[in-house]
Ligand binder design. Structure first.
Ligand SMILES: CC(C)(COP(=O)(O)OP(=O)(O)OC[C@H]1O[C@@H](n2cnc3c(N)ncnc32)[C@H](O)[C@@H]1OP(=O)(O)O)[C@@H](O)C(=O)NCCC(=O)NCCS
Length: 430
């Protein structure tokens, strides 16, 4: 997991130092936290916040870019943090190079620093033998150029509670308040219990759950965050939710309940927590984001139009080792297709035969060159292939958008083979 020499040299030629930040060096780590906060246009973090951020950074591969000419030369002008996380894929999981904390200071933007850092991360991942990289993006325009494509989608819900009479199951268990630390633990436990059954999920980490549940020191609005859990009729923990009520200036009795995180191990638990939110007194609107696009919320309401859904991209993936990723995932139908994949960074570039047998097992291998360029059924870029990989994007849609070219029957066969039950989903930011 050493630093990438190509990026090191490129940044050095611009007078910048590209180096690992030692997570055991508290002063360096705290400067990293301050630089990340500045990059994400947050307030300058308090001492308490900086200290609270330390454990979350432990175990990450932190890299900073430093400008020796800066009056604050200890504060990085660019940051990136990464770690290897298992991502659930159809039929299994893959080690994924999770890329996070990508920032470049306003004084140093648009001179190729992010590009050097991102390419450096991808080369470091590939040389460590990690077959895929992933991230969540602040803007959808940043990462396609490095071969990342959106692979999971999420829904933002807004529900008008006056119209949202309950038409779902009547839960037999109980909703109970938790203090903030206990809510963080419940979210963590339920996420760990369920993530292997949802394609696209990765593990959370304690500070992420503490931030969501308001237990993290320095978290904005922490004291207004409340936590509840759902226990089933047998008293077993099945669901948890962190939420906040944002008072409405116009009408206090019609305030907004913002669901920060809702997780249920069973459909009953999820329904019970939604019902709790929708029937909360003094609430006129319930909002939630990072919800699965296949959540059955409208079906739980007497008036389905009480709920409006906005869909956005969330989890982005970038294939690095094409044979490894197709060997790991299972396929819904037999397949034999030749793909020409364009990857300007080289990792997945080439012509590949992807095959799957009736039992769902798949494999991919480079088509050998025998003089002329081999024929391909489908031509696409690595970002588009990465979007298709989890089964949450259809090749036909990409073809209609001109992002993929190929024979219509090969495209239909590829879609049939990559299809999964349910939609891929990632429930956290990272
Ligand atoms: C996004 C960010 C890291 C880019 O850093 P940067 O060093 O200015 O980027 P680079 O100079 O390396 O730009 C590389 C390419 O990305 C493009 N680009 C950079 N930021 C972009 C943005 N926000 N939207 C669209 N394109 C962007 C550049 O135009 C350039 O394009 P090119 O390859 O066609 O020439 C920086 O703007 C930033 O810190 N933003 C705030 C924090 C943030 O959103 N981070 C991302 C977290 S997911």
């Amino acid at each position: 997991m050493d630093l990438d020499q190509v990026s090191f040299d490129r940044l050095r030629s611009g007078g910048l130092d590209y180096r690992r930040v030692d997570a055991s060096d508290e002063a360096a780590l705290d400067d990293m936290t301050r630089a990340i906060a500045r990059g994400f246009i947050e307030e300058d973090p308090s001492e308490e916040t900086v200290i609270a951020a330390r454990p979350g950074q432990a175990g990450r591969r932190l890299v900073g870019v430093f400008d020796p000419a800066s009056p604050q030369s200890g504060l990085p002008v660019a940051t990136v943090g990464s770690w290897i996380a298992p991502v659930t894929v159809p039929g299994g999981e893959l080690p994924m190079w999770a890329v996070s904390e990508v920032t470049v200071a306003g004084t140093h933007r648009r001179r190729g620093i992010a590009r050097a850092m991102l390419e450096g991360e991808l080369r470091a991942a590939a040389s460590a033998g990690v077959p895929i990289a992933g991230l969540t993006a602040s803007e959808a325009t940043i990462y396609g150029r490095y071969g990342f494509g959106p692979a999971t989608w999420h829904t933002r819900w807004s529900v008008d509670t006056r119209r949202a009479a309950w038409a779902g199951v009547e839960p037999e268990g109980a909703v109970q308040y938790l203090d903030r630390d206990a809510a963080a633990l419940a979210l963590d436990e339920l996420h760990e219990r369920t993530r292997a059954s949802r394609v696209g999920e990765i593990p959370g980490w304690p500070q992420r759950w503490q931030q969501i549940s308001g237990a993290k020191p320095g978290e904005p609005h922490a004291t207004s965050v409340r936590g509840v859990r759902y226990v089933d009729a047998g008293g077993v923990l099945r669901g948890a939710m962190a939420y906040r009520i944002v008072e409405s200036d116009a009408d206090w009795a019609r305030s907004r309940l913002e669901i920060r995180h809702l997780i249920g191990e069973t459909p009953e638990a999820r329904a019970a927590l939604w019902r709790f939110a929708l029937q909360h007194d003094l609430v006129g609107t319930v909002t939630a984001e990072l919800r699965p696009v296949d959540e059955p919320l409208p079906w739980l309401l007497a008036d389905a139009r009480a709920a409006t859904q906005t869909i956005g991209d969330h989890g982005w993936l970038r294939i690095l080792d094409l044979p490894a990723v197709f060997e790991t995932r299972s396929f819904a139908a037999p397949l034999d297709v030749v793909l020409r994949v364009a990857d300007p960074l080289g990792f997945a570039d080439g012509v590949w035969r992807v095959e799957a047998s009736a039992d769902g097992a798949g494999r991919a291998a480079a088509v050998p060159r025998t003089g002329a360029e081999p024929e391909a059924d489908i031509e696409l870029g690595v970002a588009e292939l990465s979007s298709l990989y989890l089964g949450g994007v259809s090749a036909r849609s990409l073809a209609e958008a001109g992002k993929l070219r190929g024979d219509a029957s090969a495209i239909a066969r590829l879609d049939a083979a990559l299809r999964i039950a349910g939609e891929p989903f990632l429930s956290i930011w990272y």
